[in-house]
Design a protein around this ligand. Structure first.
Ligand SMILES: C=CC1=C(C)c2cc3[nH]c(cc4nc(cc5[nH]c(cc1n2)c(C)c5CCC(=O)O)C(CCC(=O)O)=C4C)c(C)c3C=C
Ligand SMILES: [Fe+2]
Length: 465
């Protein structure tokens, strides 16, 4: 049996039951290694942060633990483990293509993993007549396909379109969410979490409802554009008859290897973005990002959301022509950090803790009162925090010639009422950045915990509980 990417043919024949057992369990994400690919694994990522696996060709070689990704979303890109050359087998995948994140685990993939280079975000609406059985069947099909593609296997249930032929999993993650309207449509109104109450209107919102909301939300991320397209297109094809696309958006981030050292990414305003995200090593991380394994019914968290999270999605256009007219000094005052280094205006380097009390020699606040980081910080919002995992987008030019570009803002939190909502309320009122951006679409989705193993599927506790 060869062990390279099965889209080339040979791995199509691999049988799960002839795989050797492996016991390594990536701990930090709670995601477990899929048994089907175990003999193909070159290594498991052991340390804190997002655990990943390398799917390689031929020889099974251990990779350096130091090369495993450990950064948070928005943080530095992973140094994906390199795969070994196959002796006499198919050529090895490059390190980028070989890297895999397990689909199965306590939490869904695509939340704590370091951001990949590409993201496709799609909302679906159930077709008329698709009730709970149809939705259950769809979630089973989607979960099986996502699990297979995350291992670089051909998705079951349809004739593959071959758009990812020859490619490895390329750090593919697929994340599923449920929007509020799906609960009534699927006869699950009694299970609607309180946290899925509609987001309040915020001043200056200019939302296009056709590009907002949706019954289901699917986030596909990968380090290769074809792999991401293949995964999303496959899921779309598998939805035929059960759900149709409501809106779809495409985002990008820095490609692994583009910088000399792995670094926090930049957004299209040129700022280093993601520095002060919660880190998996923070003692408060899980409480901020995930619903506990035993949800607190008193806080409106249903049992089926154990290990889940809530995703807020906003398409935020950047008024780049206006932004580019500002001096660098003014741009730094707007954010509260130096543009080149990402260091706070209170001093130090990128990761130096922000000193909001620091004064300049002439007695002014070093970080202005309306600077974005001062207004958004948990310290100014009763601890409200979220894990930001946004991607840039660029959809050409608008009718007036200005760039249709900005941020596909994605934030995961254990409860939007103690995460996004209070922070955005304050930003909409007091953030110096507001005049340079426009919120154009919005969505809020319950992202259930992960499927523990291949016998389950995402949303099972909701749909069968
Ligand atoms: C409601 C939440 C937030 C929205 C919407 C938002 C939009 C937005 N942000 C940037 C650029 C940066 N944001 C930064 C920090 C930051 N942003 C938020 C929240 C929202 N941002 C938080 C909670 C924080 C962290 C604050 C802190 O504790 O220090 C930064 C600085 C670097 C960083 O820490 O990530 C930048 C840059 C843009 C361009 C934008 C909308 C287009
Ligand atoms: Fe921000």
């Amino acid at each position: 049996m060869t062990t390279t990417n099965d889209r080339g043919g040979s791995r199509r024949n691999a049988r799960p039951d002839d795989e050797a057992a492996a016991t390594d369990t990536p701990a930090a994400t709670g995601n477990t290694a899929p048994s089907v690919s175990r003999r193909r694994l070159l290594a498991t990522a052991g340390a804190a942060g997002a655990a990943g696996l390398a799917v390689g060709a031929g020889a099974l070689a251990a990779t350096s633990a130091a090369s495993t990704p450990a950064s948070t979303p928005g943080g530095a890109a992973p140094g994906n483990p390199a795969s070994d050359s196959a002796a006499g087998g198919a050529p090895a995948l490059t390190s980028l293509g070989a890297h895999a994140y397990p689909f199965h685990g306590a939490h869904q993939a695509g939340i704590v993993q370091p951001m990949q280079a590409r993201m496709l975000s799609t909302a679906f609406d159930l077709t008329a007549g698709t009730g709970r059985p149809g939705l259950t069947s769809l979630m089973k099909r989607w979960s099986a396909a996502a699990a297979a593609m995350a291992e670089g296997r051909t998705p079951p249930g349809l004739t593959d379109d071959d758009t990812a032929l020859d490619a490895g999993p390329s750090s593919l993650t697929v994340t599923f969410g449920f929007g509020a309207p799906v609960f009534a449509k699927a006869g699950l109104a009694a299970r609607l979490p309180a946290a899925l109450a509609p987001l309040p209107p915020f001043p200056e919102d200019a939302l296009d409802r056709r590009r907002s909301d949706g019954d289901l939300w699917v986030q596909v991320c990968a380090d290769d554009a074809l792999v991401a397209f293949h995964a999303m297109r496959t899921l779309q094809r598998l939805a035929a008859g059960a759900a149709t696309v409501r809106w779809q958006m495409s985002g990008f981030s820095r490609s692994p290897g583009a910088t000399a050292q792995p670094r926090t990414g930049r957004n299209l305003m040129g700022q280093i973005d993601g520095t002060n995200n919660p880190k998996p090593t923070d003692s408060t991380f899980d409480a901020r990002v995930f619903v506990p394994a035993e949800p607190d019914a008193g806080k409106g968290q249903p049992a089926w959301m154990a290990g889940g999270s809530y995703a807020v999605f906003r398409r935020i256009r950047m008024l780049l022509d206006h932004w580019d007219q500002q001096t660098t000094d003014r741009q730094e005052q707007v954010i509260g950090r130096h543009k080149a280094s990402g260091a706070p205006l209170s001093g130090g380097a990128e990761t130096t803790p922000v000193d909001l009390a620091k004064l300049t020699p002439d007695g002014a606040l070093a970080i202005p009162g309306d600077a974005h980081i001062r207004v958004a910080t948990p310290d100014a919002n009763q601890g409200a925090a979220m894990l930001r995992r946004g991607y840039s987008y660029h959809d050409g030019l608008r009718a007036d010639g200005s760039p249709d570009a900005g941020l596909l803002f994605v934030a995961f939190q254990s409860d939007p009422l103690t995460g996004f909502v209070p922070v955005q309320r304050k930003l909409a009122r007091a953030d110096a950045l507001s005049v340079f951006i426009a919120h154009e679409s919005s969505g809020l989705y319950a992202v259930p915990g992960g499927a523990a193993d291949p016998s389950g599927y995402v949303g099972q506790a909701l749909l069968e509980g």
